[in-house]
Design a protein around this ligand. Structure first.
Ligand code: PGA
Length: 237
């Protein structure tokens, strides 16, 4: 059961450091041994020194070692911080930053060839969900085009766009049926994301075919995220 925290454009170096220290303390005090992934902003990657079950990743990177790509970071910069985990295909990069499936697949292939752990996100917007299961399936399949679904270091995340940052969570039934759809495309671990918070973590982690959660808003406060970790530990016991 993997719990992942996506800070997005939140937290500073100082607050990330305090948060990471809090996670380290929590892991030691609670003997927490399930995998945790944290995606701080790129400016705070150097504050990260972590126990073995906790991994820091980058929210985005350019598929290159180095070069002339103003504003981007490549593997040369990530190597300096020992980062070998990257988030690819997040809906905010697809829909706000305009990344195409073609570019996303190129990125995926590059970081796969470099041996990175890839958290690969897929998810449909509301208008597709409203058209029913076949439309959702076709939409999610299109987001798997060019993606090596058998890659050993792949973790998938199903995140319906209409549930991200909206407070609107998918029902356990919808998560179960959509996860079954995605599981038919890849047998890699599959997280759910979209308004996961302490109050619904237990219900969501209990869904058949849900191997963890990718949390945005509710991960930004340390106590909120650690309470979700506690729930995961209780379920695992
Ligand atoms: P949210 O974000 O938890 O704020 O809905 C999830 C995500 O974007 O990964």
């Amino acid at each position: 059961m993997i719990l992942a925290a996506n800070f997005k454009t939140n937290h500073t170096r100082a607050s990330t450091k305090a948060y990471i220290n809090g996670i380290c303390e929590f892991v030691a005090n609670e003997s927490y041994d399930l995998p945790i992934m944290i995606f701080p902003p790129a400016t705070a990657l150097d504050t990260v020194a972590l126990p073995g079950n906790v991994t820091a990743g980058v929210q985005n990177a350019y598929p290159v070692a180095s070069g002339s790509f103003t504003g981007e970071i490549g593997t040369q910069q990530l190597d300096e911080f020992g980062i070998k985990t990257v988030l690819i295909g997040h809906s905010e990069r697809r829909h706000i930053l305009g990344e195409s499936q073609e570019f996303i697949a190129k990125k995926y292939q590059y970081f796969r060839d470099e041996g990175y752990t890839i958290v690969y996100c897929i998810g449909e917007p509301l208008e597709i969900r409203e058209q029913g299961d076949d439309a959702v399936k076709a939409y999610l399949e299109a987001q798997m085009v060019g993606i090596d679904a058998e890659y050993d270091h792949l973790v998938l995340a199903y995140e319906p766009v209409w549930a991200i940052g909206t407070g609107r969570t998918a029902t356990p039934e919808l998560i179960a049926s959509t996860h079954a759809m995605v599981k038919a495309m890849s047998d890699r671990p599959l997280l759910y994301g979209g308004s996961v918070k302490p109050a619904n973590t237990k219900e969501i982690l209990s869904v058949e075919g849900c191997d963890g959660v990718l949390v945005g808003t509710a991960s930004w406060e340390l106590e909120s995220f650690t309470s979700m970790l506690k729930t995961a530990k209780e379920l695992q016991a």
